[in-house]
Ligand binder design. Structure first.
Ligand SMILES: [Zn+2]
Length: 189
């Protein structure tokens, strides 16, 4: 699956909007990404999981670990593609932890899977969950890499598509400067 094909799938699903948007943060951007809108279609989720799984096949992973909630569906599909368990870490008192009886052991080789990596913060935190349990993190992966190459992870990182969607203060927004009308993502354009 090429990066262009992945982004086309996002566009078709309304998961990638291009134009001039006011985000909930108040910042303006030329694009808006909402992975849940592509992953709501199980067949798309399965295809993306298979494509991401193919990138990490051969690493002898024994388990996929994802941060809830964004990484859950794609992590499950990568687990399906690899034929291994797919578990998730969730926040308790602000820190990501394994709950629900999920267990990682020192014998486990973990692939950390997310929907989108922007700063890499939650990916790093999820990797830490695996290492605290004594497991080895063999790779990290995401459907979309929004880090602009800035994300530095201490494990090999794989993504299906790269996307740069800078956000601007309204006063510095180049789209405002061009007089393009701003809309809220999700409203009819
Ligand atoms: Zn603007």
């Amino acid at each position: 699956m090429t990066s262009a094909a992945v982004l086309d799938l996002f566009r078709q699903s309304g998961a990638l909007l291009e134009g001039h948007f006011r985000l909930t943060s108040g910042l303006h951007s030329g694009g808006y990404l909402q992975c849940a809108l592509v992953l709501q279609h199980p067949l798309h989720a399965e295809a993306l999981g298979r494509a991401l799984g193919a990138k990490v096949a051969g690493l002898n992973a024994t388990v996929v670990l994802s941060p809830a909630l964004g990484g859950l569906i794609i992590g499950h599909e990568v687990g399906r593609a690899l034929g291994v368990r797919a578990i998730f870490a969730e926040r308790q008192d602000g820190a990501l932890t394994l709950r629900r009886g999920f267990v990682l052991s020192p014998a486990d080789r973990v692939v950390v899977i997310e929907d989108v990596v922007t700063t890499g913060g939650s990916t790093r935190e999820t990797m830490e969950v695996a290492r605290r349990a004594g497991a080895t993190v063999v790779a990290a992966g995401a459907i979309v890499d929004r880090s602009g190459g800035a994300s530095t992870l201490d494990a090999p990182f794989y993504s299906l598509a790269s996307l740069s969607l800078p956000a601007y203060e309204a006063e510095r927004c180049p789209f405002c400067a061009q007089g393009i009308a701003v809309t809220k993502p999700g409203s009819r354009i």
